[in-house]
Design a protein around this ligand. Structure first.
Ligand SMILES: N=CN[C@@H](CCC(=O)O)C(=O)O
Ligand SMILES: [Zn+2]
Length: 407
């Protein structure tokens, strides 16, 4: 287990926690104190609170962090689920113009308002499932106009909604029709990234991460390298899709470039795993995708044994329609052979690390953001054990010290 993992548990089961005292200047949404109820009671006896929650017999856990999602899109793909059940592979559908390309066509046609409304509903479903920080990608536009439309939608949610958002530019999610991968990479580097830089400077759109789908038949290793390198030079964290369907040496590339995270990794090499551990590059594993597409499972045990920081993501997208990190943790335990403490760490502090936010998010510590969930059980493991039972178990979701969902 990584060093980051251990932090979670030293703070997760105290009987009481009080936040947001109504003292001028202290409504910052950060955790003020953690400890036994009577000690906390004494410490804050003079203060008044907006809300007190009696957590006797319950568990307080850090808010869940979803390290990989594609939540802004239009156009249903439920018909593809039927095709996959009948034996079509992800790439069969992609090559036939379905998959990402289908979603791109519909997302290009959708209005910003329409995209925002469906995105907002999706975020609300994530919050109800305990997610307080989520990574959100663009990537169903591919052209500058639609990529910017998606990023504006993400920016609006970042400003208006209580859930934390880490925004990712994923203009290299697929190669647009009529272009080769190197041509698409040129356009991204010479036109998309300079525009993002300008909008970042003027404060219109804030982007945290840069992503590329590095895959055979999508972006090759050298185009991936060029795009990620350019993104890094403008201050973005590298966080990309690699080694999913074919071994691409994406892990080796990510480690070399100083990537913060690489997602998928079903086909990662042994050398890639070692390189990621050495570079402190986290692995964002996506149990829903391997399950949905019947792929071989990523080698979570090998990664953990080699010291890789393993994080989890729902990969919510029209291919893997899952909002729930408790379900993701359950799948990680059963299909990837992770223990429940490893899965919880992967869905909290390590996922926060994958987003470059483990100093402020992902564990319950004084001075960190007051993001937490309260579950109606004295054993936290029920959140993972009760497959699909999280709606009954999660009583409160708190973000920045404010209740954002109450059952
Ligand atoms: N693999 C690439 N991207 C997504 C799928 C996106 C889609 O199929 O729309 C993923 O992470 O699973
Ligand atoms: Zn993805």
């Amino acid at each position: 287990m990584s060093e980051a993992c251990r932090l979670v548990f030293s703070f997760s089961t105290f009987p009481d926690l009080l936040g947001r005292p109504t003292v001028p200047g202290t409504k910052d949404g950060l955790i003020k104190a953690i400890g036994p109820a009577d000690a906390i009671q004494k410490m804050f006896s003079e203060e008044t609170f907006e809300e007190r929650i009696d957590c006797s017999g319950k568990c307080i856990l850090p808010g869940l962090v979803d390290a990989h999602t594609h939540p802004v899109w239009a156009g249903e793909r439920v018909h593809e689920f039927a095709m996959k059940l009948a034996g079509a592979t992800y790439m069969d559908i992609h090559r036939a113009g379905g998959g990402i390309n289908f979603t791109v066509e519909h997302t290009r046609q959708a209005s910003e308002e329409e995209l925002f409304c469906s995105f907002q509903e999706r975020l609300q479903r994530m919050m109800r499932a305990g997610t307080t920080l989520v990574e959100c990608k663009s990537g169903y536009g591919l052209n500058l106009e639609t990529e910017l439309k998606m990023l504006r939608v993400i920016e609006r949610a970042r400003r208006q909604l209580p859930i934390g958002i880490s925004a990712t530019y994923c203009g290299a999610h697929s190669v647009p029709k009529g272009k080769t991968a190197p041509e698409a990479a040129d356009e991204i580097i010479n036109s998309h990234l300079p525009k993002l830089k300008e909008l970042g400077r003027s404060g219109e759109i804030h982007v945290d991460n840069i992503d590329v789908f590095c895959e055979k038949g999508v972006f090759d290793l050298s185009s991936t390298r060029r795009i990620l390198q350019s993104g890094k030079e403008m201050g973005l964290q590298i966080n990309f899709h690699g080694d999913e369907l074919h071994p691409m040496k994406a892990a080796e590339l990510g480690a070399e470039l100083g990537a913060q995270a690489i997602s998928h990794l079903e086909e990662v090499s042994d050398e890639g795993i070692v390189a990621m551990a050495m570079a402190r590059c986290s692995a964002v594993l996506l149990p829903t995708t391997a399950y949905m597409l019947r792929l071989k499972q990523p080698r979570a045990r090998k990664m953990l044994d080699e010291g890789v920081i393993v994080a989890l993501g729902s990969d919510f997208n029209p291919n893997a329609y899952c909002f729930s990190m408790p379900v993701v943790m359950h799948l990680a335990c059963v299909n990837m052979r992770m223990s429940m403490p490893e899965a919880l760490a992967a869905a909290t502090i390590n996922a926060a690390y994958a987003l470059g936010k483990s100093d402020t998010h992902g564990s319950l510590e004084v001075g960190k953001q007051g993001d937490l969930i309260i579950i109606n059980s004295s054993r936290w493991e029920h959140l993972i054990y009760q497959f699909g039972g999280h709606h009954e178990l999660i009583e409160y979701v708190v973000a920045k010290g404010k209740v954002i969902y109450k059952k």
